[in-house]
Write a protein that binds this ligand. Structure first.
Ligand SMILES: Cc1cc2nc3c(=O)[nH]c(=O)nc-3n(C[C@H](O)[C@H](O)[C@H](O)COP(=O)(O)O)c2cc1C
Length: 397
């Protein structure tokens, strides 16, 4: 196996936050599964009562293909294909906790009991294939009410079916965009309650892992960042106050989850902007989340402001996952421009993260996990009806 050096970050506002980029590797911690001395990409990962078959997850990816929040055959095939492709953990796209919390009219939702069964059908299939089924719960906040991306992704006017957006403060995501209505305490309580009731529905649908979406500038992230949160009440100002909403949502969700069920939180570890949310705050937040019973931080970055300069390149977010893992002592997932199996394996073997999430590469190739196994000389985990046939062909029959 090659031992290519992990990506270093180029000069950027966040560069000074990261000292580890030139180190020979990330430090392993006790969170490395002690049952498996030689941890690699294909080692199982036990979190509470759930054992992921390996360290590969499909990253949540909106399909903007739902109507009124309902999952349909597209979602079944899209997610089912990755389960047939041997993916150990499949995290269903950002699923809105209220209709108002959708990015676009095409977002999945789980704000009504009627949404449960179409998702449950998908979950049954994923689990039959041996995958673990996760779901990301989200509220888009001030980035809600937009057109689907292939129609430009721009804010919808009321005539186009747009709806009022909410946020911590009346600061739009971009110039000319809708000015969010600042949530009052009753509105905040409604949001928290929506996350809780949606979690109950996700449990009914059979999901095995819940991920809270607190990244990419959506509602919970927008409360964290001083750039979008300029409140003067107990939800704004100090770091403690800005973290309050996410911590309350997390606590209330953890309270109703079975004790054996893992809870993940996706964070943007930095806004890539001076004066914004950053890695140091992310480490403090991750420690608090761990205290509340969060099992893994899924470490992304950016999305809070449209004009941030992000040094996108292979593994550019991995050092953030490594730092949070090391400093907060919590499992992390690494995501972003992880394409090659060897590289993904190194992220795990070097102890930079406990899980690798694959996004667009899995859109390009639903069999990414099986190919990764073949590439790294592991036994491929073909679905039963394929395995005997392709193995025969391999032997030249
Ligand atoms: C089509 C598409 C939809 C996405 N939707 C979501 C989403 O629902 N929730 C989320 O947290 N990230 C979302 N993302 C971000 C991905 O999960 C992932 O973090 C990002 O694409 C970087 O990983 P990659 O380089 O492997 O694609 C989306 C990305 C794409 C390309």
């Amino acid at each position: 196996m090659t031992t290519e050096k992990l990506t270093t970050l180029p000069s950027s506002p966040a560069q000074t936050e990261l000292e580890l980029t030139d180190s020979p590797g990330c430090q392993s911690t006790s969170l490395h599964d002690s049952d498996v001395p030689e941890v690699d990409l294909f080692s199982p990962l036990k979190i509470r009562d759930i054992t992921l078959p390996d360290r590969i997850a499909m990253s949540p990816m909106c399909q903007y293909s739902a109507e009124d929040g309902f999952a349909n055959d597209w979602h079944f095939v899209h997610l089912g294909s990755r389960a047939a492709g041997g993916t150990g953990l499949i995290i269903v796209e950002a699923t809105a906790v209220t209709a108002q919390g959708r990015i676009t009219p095409g977002d999945l939702g789980l704000w009504d009991d009627m949404h449960i069964e179409p998702l449950a059908r998908i979950v049954r299939f994923l689990r039959q294939q041996g995958a673990i089924a996760g779901i990301q719960l989200a509220h888009a906040g001030r980035k809600a009410s937009c057109n689907v991306p292939w129609l430009g992704g721009t804010p919808l006017t009321p005539e186009q079916g747009g709806w009022p957006v909410v946020g911590p403060s009346p600061i739009p995501f971009q110039e000319g965009g809708p000015v969010p209505i600042a949530l009052d305490e009753a509105g905040i309580e409604e949001v928290i309650e929506a996350f809780v009731t949606t979690t109950r529905r996700a449990l009914q649908a059979g999901f095995q892992i819940i991920e809270i979406h607190s990244a990419h500038g959506y509602l919970l992230h927008s409360f964290l960042s001083p750039l979008s949160n300029q409140r003067t009440d107990s939800y704004g100002g100090s770091l403690e106050n800005r973290m309050r909403l996410l911590l309350e949502v997390t606590k209330r969700i953890r309270d109703i989850l079975p004790s054996g069920m893992p809870l993940f939180v996706r964070l943007s570890a930095t806004d890539w902007m001076e004066g914004g949310w950053d890695l140091k705050q992310s480490v403090i937040l991750s420690r608090e989340l761990k205290e509340l019973g969060v099992d893994l931080i899924d470490v992304s970055t950016g999305g809070l402001v449209p004009h941030a300069r992000i040094p996108v390149q292979t593994g550019y977010q991995v050092p953030f996952a490594a730092k949070i893992r090391e400093e907060a002592g919590i499992r992390t997932g690494a995501v972003g421009m992880i394409k090659e199996a060897e590289y993904a394996n190194q992220v795990i073997t070097r102890g930079c993260a406990d899980l690798v999430l694959i996004g667009r590469e899995m859109l390009r190739d639903p069999y990414w996990s099986i190919r990764a196994r073949c590439h790294l000389d592991e036994e491929p985990n073909w679905p039963l009806p394929y395995g005997y046939a392709v193995k025969q062909q391999r032997r030249g029959k």
